[in-house]
Design a binder for this molecule. Structure first.
Ligand code: AMP
Length: 284
């Protein structure tokens, strides 16, 4: 595996590969790899000749009071894991290389970014869509793999490539979880050991909603009440949102059906904010 640090070198490598008829698959990440990231990389490998993983903690998608400075980092560990997952290029630009100029341009998707994390993290999705557009232009992938863990992000990226005729096929990958159900996240590394049980309340809250739905409960107000009580039973939790939305429009719904996704964002203690999501109706 080769490490590339500059957008210029990355672009030149990609053009050379494309000239040789190779299909490039891209997995954009912020590093501190776990099994979720590695399964995205392996999926990319199945669909392409060359896999590029970008590792860039993108400052413009963090708000002023968010965890940019505390975001976990481990370049040496990430290099070893990406290599073992079959990645060909680890692209690790720094901020100066990604944003060298005045940066007067941003890419933003409307409507889909108004609810959920978009409502709670102003500017976050414009930061994501801007950096993903830059990565697509630099890496020139034919396909890119994103996790359903960031369900809203995946919907926003799919909309962006459609609206802007960006010739990149977007592949979604299911959420990879720890054995106890906790969705894998780099931010789990910042959880205090005594907060682990509180962190589990997101996935167990999702399972609770699924059980109630299976029993016939359809009112999302009633479902929300139960999930909220379940999460708040852990005293270290502070709810950002618990929302029942349509899987495509991401708009709130009052009656749950097969298209309904429960999305949660919960602060655990002072330093960690976790997200999780899933359909209420499980397909057999
Ligand atoms: P991040 O490094 O957290 O920005 O994530 C990079 C990519 O990995 C994104 O497309 C995420 O949705 C995806 N990802 C992160 N955690 C998981 C997970 N537990 N399961 C599946 N995909 C994930």
């Amino acid at each position: 595996m080769k490490i590339i640090e500059t957008p210029r070198e990355m672009y030149d490598w990609s053009r050379k590969m494309i000239g040789q008829g190779k299909v490039i698959g891209l997995v954009p990440t912020m590093g501190f790899f776990h099994e979720g990231h590695l399964s995205l990389m392996r999926t990319a490998k199945q669909h392409s000749d060359k896999v590029v993983t970008s590792l860039f903690v993108n400052p413009i998608q963090f708000g002023p009071n968010e965890d940019l400075d505390h975001y976990p980092r481990d370049l040496a560990g990430d290099v070893a894991k990406a290599e073992a997952a079959g990645v060909d290029i680890l692209f690790t630009p720094n901020s100066e290389r990604m944003y060298p100029g005045d940066n007067l341009t941003e890419v933003s998707v409307h409507s889909l970014t108004e609810n959920l994390c978009g409502a709670h993290r102003p500017g976050h999705f414009a930061g994501v869509t801007t950096v993903v557009t830059k990565l697509f232009n630099i890496v020139q992938p034919e396909l890119a793999v994103f996790g359903e863990k960031d369900f809203q992000q995946l919907a926003v990226i799919r909309q962006m490539v459609k609206d802007l005729n960006i010739p990149v096929r977007i592949i979604g990958h299911p959420i990879v979880r720890e054995q106890d159900g906790l969705a894998m996240s780099s931010r789990n590394a910042n959880l205090l050991p005594e907060h682990r049980k509180a962190a589990l309340s997101l996935s167990s809250g999702l399972n609770l909603a699924r059980q109630l739905y299976a029993q016939g409960v359809r009112s999302t107000a009633a479902l929300k009440q139960q999930v909220q009580e379940h999460v708040l039973a852990q005293k270290e939790t502070r709810i950002d949102y618990i929302s029942f939305v349509h899987c495509d429009t991401l708009q709130d719904v009052t009656e749950a059906d097969a298209q309904t996704v429960l999305a949660l964002a919960v602060h655990i203690g002072d330093k960690v904010r976790l997200i999780d999501n899933g359909r209420l109706e499980l397909s057999n």
